[in-house]
Design a binder for this molecule. Structure first.
Ligand code: UD1
Ligand code: UDP
Length: 353
């Protein structure tokens, strides 16, 4: 079986790692990087960290408006897919690389497998929501991480090719937790275990508007905790553009994006997490770290139902209140599988091909 895997953005390198490893045990994988993320800290480090082979193709599409970026990807992906002629094309998550990959492949009549299918926020102003809906409706195989995802697809009339496999991000987190514990980033940053909040913010709705970005930063500054904040390049650009860095106290520690192992190391010893990231909400849940979600809704309802995720939006007072007072405890249900999602995906691909 020849599988073409299409990745392009940070969370996709992480999701593809266990699947790629499993494919390569018995089959051929052609790895295609669209070039959506290209900074060393947003791309190359993950290939090294997670021992992902170098991409066979890097389409170097780079940044741009949605139409420009997606359009360039479509043009370049079509050419590569025609040359590679895979048995199946795998796309991951919900970025513009996912959308372009699914569309380019489906138009060439190549079967598409969507890893992390069925997620919905029910908020169509999020670019990811549009990408997911299109990718799911084009896919022949839909690999769902949760029962919620399966149910979402059913509501849209998609039942054929749907498989509940568990979450590949759980596979990666489990496989790398031990290695992450050896990292010394907490000491290097002068932090105490359980003595800080770990924050990430990058959703356009939160960072592209001065009001919401300022509101979140004000909460970090005023919550009474040290807040370690690896800053996504989109966010760094906007903090600079709005001139918001100057007013921040030293308790808000802005750092460059870190690699996956350092991120897990920071996460596992954090007192709490404050984030608008999809992946980080789940990782907080996996490791039992209370998560304050800086959005009005989440795709990962299991984390909320289990009481470990407080979805509070971006209002300064609400964020401060949650950082100070959200103290969940109790057991977590196993809603994200058993750490063997990648194996299931490859078995299903084999049965399909
Ligand atoms: C993208 C995904 C989002 C995902 C996120 C993961 C889409 C529509 N969005 O958002 O779903 O959660 O990745 O991190 O696909 N930039 C750099 N260097 C880089 C990459 C980006 O400086 O290596 C800057 C550029 O100014 C760029 C901006 O970040 O314009 C946004 O990058 P882009 O890939 O368009 O969207 P993300 O916000 O990263
Ligand atoms: N991550 C990382 N370094 C960072 C911030 C995040 O390695 O500085 C990892 C994190 O562990 C998670 C993934 O990036 O696995 C989440 O990606 P991101 O928040 O960019 O995208 P989203 O999940 O929201 O699509």
């Amino acid at each position: 079986m020849k599988v073409a895997s299409i990745v392009g953005a940070r969370p996709q390198f992480i999701k593809a790692a266990p699947v790629s490893r499993e494919i390569r045990r018995r089959h051929t994988e052609v790895l295609i990087h669209t070039g959506q993320h290209y900074d060393e800290a947003m791309s190359d480090v993950f290939f090294r960290n997670l021992e992902i082979p170098s991409p066979d193709y890097n389409l170097e599409v780079g940044s741009g408006s949605h139409a420009h970026q997606t359009g360039e990807m479509l043009i370049r992906l079509e050419e590569v897919l025609l040359r590679v002629s895979p048995d199946v094309v795998l796309v991951y998550g919900d970025t513009n690389s996912t959308l372009a990959g699914a569309l380019a492949a489906a138009k060439l009549h190549l079967p598409v497998g969507h890893v992390e299918a069925g997620l919905r926020s029910f908020n169509r102003t999020m670019p990811e929501e549009l990408n997911r809906i299109v990718a799911d409706h084009l896919a022949a195989l839909l690999f769902c991480p949760t029962q919620t995802a399966v149910d979402n697809l059913k509501r849209e009339g998609i039942e054929k090719g749907v498989h509940l496999v568990g979450d590949v991000m759980y596979d990666v987190a489990l496989a790398n937790a031990q290695e992450a514990r050896k990292r010394d980033i907490i000491r290097r940053l002068g932090l105490e275990p359980k003595g800080y909040v770990l924050a990430t913010v990058h959703r356009p709705a939160n960072v592209d508007e001065k009001v919401s970005l300022e509101s979140v930063l004000r909460a970090f500054a005023g919550c009474g905790e040290t807040v370690v904040f690896p800053v996504h390049p989109r966010t760094r650009k906007m903090i600079k553009q709005f001139g918001l860095a100057e007013g921040l106290p030293p308790t808000v520690v802005l750092i460059e994006p870190v690699d996956y192992l350092d991120f897990l190391a920071l996460l596992m010893e954090a007192k709490k997490v404050a984030t608008d990231s999809g992946g980080v909400q789940k990782e907080a849940y996996f490791f039992g770290i209370p998560c304050v979600t800086l959005r009005d809704e989440t795709e990962w309802m299991e984390t909320v139902e289990d009481g470990w995720n407080a979805v509070v939006g971006t209002d300064t007072k609400d964020v401060v209140d949650a950082i100070r007072n959200f103290n969940p405890h109790g057991t977590k249900s196993k809603s994200f599988g058993d750490g063997h999602a990648a194996e299931r995906i490859v078995k299903l691909l084999e049965a399909f091909a």
